[in-house]
Structure formats: C-alpha cells, structure tokens
Design a protein around this ligand. Structure first.
Ligand SMILES: [Zn+2]
Length: 325
C-alpha cells in the first residue's frame, strides 16, 4: 500500500519494550498493521525514553495521511496506573521511570502504559486464543515469567495496576534465588532460566553428559535450547529434565487456576516453540495438580496465537481503546 495516498484514517501506535528489543507498530482502525520496526532496548532510563520517542517518530513519519491518535506502551515490569515503572528485573537502571510523564510532553498525542503481558492478553482477546472468552489466564514463559488475568472479558489491573505477576509466587521457600532477589519464586523453576536451573542440578547429579560434552564442560553455557534439543532427539536424561520442568510449569498454572477458575490458560513466550514437547506433559501434570480436575470442566491449555507481535499489538489496542475514552 502507498501510505501517502491512503484515505484519512486514525491509527494508534503500539510499542513493546522488552529486555533486549523494542518492537513498534502502527495499527489502523480497520485492524491492519501498517508499519512495524524493531530497535535494541537501551538499559538506562534516559536512553529508553529517547528510544521510544525516536521509534514513535520513525513510525509516524511513514504514515502519510493517517492521523495518530495515541501511543500505547507495553513494558516488562511492574507498572502502575499512572504509567510509572516500579520494578523491572530485566531492564537495568529503569526502576522508577515515569514513562507516561516523560514521553507525553515530547510527542503530541496521549500516552498509555501497561505491563507487557497485560498488553499481550489484550491482543489475544481481540485476535487470538481468548476471543469470546470471559475468564482466562495468560502466562508467558521466556527469560522470566509474565502473566495476565482476564476476567469478564477484560484485563484485570488490580488496585495499583500491578495484578498478574504469577512468576513471583513463592513455590519453594528453600529454592534458588530469583532475578527479583527473593528465594523460590515460580519463575526460578518454570521460566527459561528455571529450565537451565533444573538442567544444572541434573549435571551436578552426574547426568546430562551429552550436553556437558557439547558445551565442552562449561556448564554455565548450557541453555534451555540445549535441553529441549536433546530431549527432542530422545536423550532420556534430557527428557527427565523436561518432565520435571513441565511439572513445575503445571504447579504454578494449577495454583492460578485454583484461584481464578479460568476457561482457558494461554501460554506464550519463547518456550512455546517447544509446544509439542511441553504441551502434553503440562496438560497431564496440571490435571493431577488442580483441585477437582475430574469433577470440573476441562480448563483448555493452548499456545498464544498472536506471536511475537502480541505485546506491541496489545499496546496499540490499549491506546486505541483509551483514546476513545
Ligand atoms: Zn521472583
């Protein structure tokens, strides 16, 4: 499409600030994604603000006759309803950043900010696995764990805007130290980092020798991909680690399901590319762990549909909805 010849229309811009990259896109009212761009995420507050403004301008400059109504930002961390980032374990030196107040004066449209997983849940509500669903839970399994609760068809933000952080539920008081500084968070077992923790424990017990050989004895170089790849090839010891990992994923999901009684649990994040390996194991363990699993309707467990654009798309949807009021 030649955007300079486009009919006058309103678009919203959505940005997803992740630990390593920031993805931005322009969403038309028709639902069409007009343009998208990605930049590396800088690590200081000032540079993050600069990156957001630069990316916003780069996107709007390509939009010709379209009118930009608002900017939505999804960010990995605890965000309050005033758009301030309170705690972001995966963004060094960004705690306390007042995203909305810092950016709004620099651009000429309103800015709305929410947690990245809450934004991804909005995308799933409109376009993905949560369409026509009233009660749902979204959990992203990546470097860390993100989450969002959908109730009565909308994303629950809580008293301060910080609802939906299941990664930091305590599941083992004697467990490993988490990125947040606490001990035994669910994230320490059920994220990509958690999978590596479980693999490292297996190595300490004298197992996973094929993987240890692959990294030439440098155990700290073991990644989640080493384990999933070996398991897919039938390595029995790697499969045992995947079994343990899937059980830990199911522990947190069953805890959340006991609390909120969802119709569906949507799993997103980088580990979902291993759905064939993880999906059936998580399903089996979840049904063993959830109270009354055989006496209640089956809670569907499905992969997220919106893919890596989910956060930015949901941020654009947040902006479009809020701008309308
Ligand atoms: Zn934690």
């Amino acid at each position: 499409m030649n955007l300079t010849e486009a009919p006058f229309d309103v678009v919203s811009i959505g940005l997803d600030i992740g630990g390593t990259k920031t993805l931005g896109l322009a969403l038309a009212q028709s639902g069409e994604i007009l343009v998208q761009e990605t930049r590396p995420t800088p690590q200081s507050s000032d540079k993050i603000v600069e990156c957001v403004v630069t990316l916003f301008r780069a996107l709007t400059d390509q939009l010709g006759n379209y009118r930009v109504s608002a900017l939505g930002i999804g960010v990995a961390g605890l965000v309050d309803k005033d758009g301030q980032l309170h705690r972001a374990p995966n963004l060094a030196d960004a705690d306390g950043l007042k995203l909305q107040r810092s950016i709004e004066p620099l651009i000429d449209v309103p800015v709305y900010v929410d947690n990245d997983a809450n934004c991804a849940a909005r995308a799933e509500l409109i376009r993905g696995a949560a369409r026509n669903v009233e009660q749902a839970l979204l959990v992203t399994l990546g470097t860390g764990i993100g989450g969002a609760v959908i109730s009565d068809g909308t994303v629950v933000r809580g008293a301060e805007g910080m609802a939906g952080e299941p990664g930091h539920m305590l599941v083992d008081p004697n467990g490993p130290i988490c990125a947040c500084g606490m001990r035994g968070c669910w994230e320490s077992y059920a994220s990509g980092t958690g999978l590596v923790n479980l693999a490292t424990q297996a190595v300490s017990a004298g197992r996973l020798n094929a993987i240890v050989e692959e990294v030439e004895g440098e155990v700290e170089k073991i990644t989640s991909e080493h384990v999933t790849s070996a398991a897919r090839k039938g390595d029995e010891e790697a499969i045992r680690v995947i079994d343990a990992y899937s059980w830990w994923v199911a522990v947190g999901l069953a805890n959340c399901a006991a609390l909120i009684d969802p119709e569906i649990i949507i799993l997103g994040g980088g580990l979902i590319k291993e759905w064939e390996l993880l999906g059936p194991r998580v399903r089996t363990a979840f049904d063993q762990l959830l109270i009354g699993a055989s006496q209640r309707a089956t809670v569907r467990i499905e992969p997220a549909a919106a893919g890596e654009l989910a956060g930015a798309l949901g941020a654009a949807l947040l902006a479009a909805t809020e701008a309308i009021g």
